[in-house]
Write a protein that binds this ligand. Sequence first.
Ligand SMILES: *Cc1c(COP(=O)(O)O)cnc(C)c1O
Length: 244
Amino acid sequence: MERYEELISRRRQEICERMADALARAGRGADDALLIAVSKTVGTDEVIAAIRAGYRTFGENRPQELVRKLADLSERDGLPPVRFDMIGNLQTNKINAVLGRAQLIHSIRSQHLAEAVSSRAARRIEAGELEAPVDVLLEVNVSGEESKSGFAPDELRACMGQLVELMGIRIRGLMTMAPRGDKDAARRTFSGLRDLRDELQVAHGIVLPELSCGMSEDFEIALEEGSTIVRLGRVVFDPSFALQ
Ligand SMILES: *Cc1c(COP(=O)(O)O)cnc(C)c1O
């Protein structure tokens, strides 16, 4: 693990430099985006190595895994507090497991899920088990690929008015995933997400500060297009994955 820790620590430096450069190209500051280390493919020991390397925010795409890693970490002494976000498919029967544990849910993919999260959170707030509405992002299928989940842009335009009324959630912004292996399509996807955010802010008189987009292969493009949260898995945890 010591060698691994050294490798991912060096890798973290490279990622942070790449992020700062991409942000600078867009006239943004180095602190204008958050890096989430997506730990879905690694175990708790690798997460601890990443914490020692300087990471403080992690993303998991399965609720059970998020719960398990948080429990594992709580049993280790001497670790700084870390944050876990839920970034993947959330079934309604798993909502209660992540409430109060995940700091931000990136993957609200439908009106039904938004309502289910809101009603459960509201119940927990009423019972004094949760302090505040849960922070969420709305996942949008900007590229329109069949394989991708999330709100279609028009669908979101149509139901946004109802979503902002939900009392148990606080909508902090939008999330998307770009098509793989096509830089131009990725850029269009990220700028499309930003444009949709701008439009919804004006239409509903709200602020949506967060844009969660950019993964290992396209995070620099995402940062140039306004991303405030990049979700990086392989580039963080797999030292053999080449930074492009
Ligand atoms: C796995 C995953 C990532 C990270 O992907 P990499 O290409 O490994 O950086 C980001 N977001 C979501 C939703 C994921 O499932």
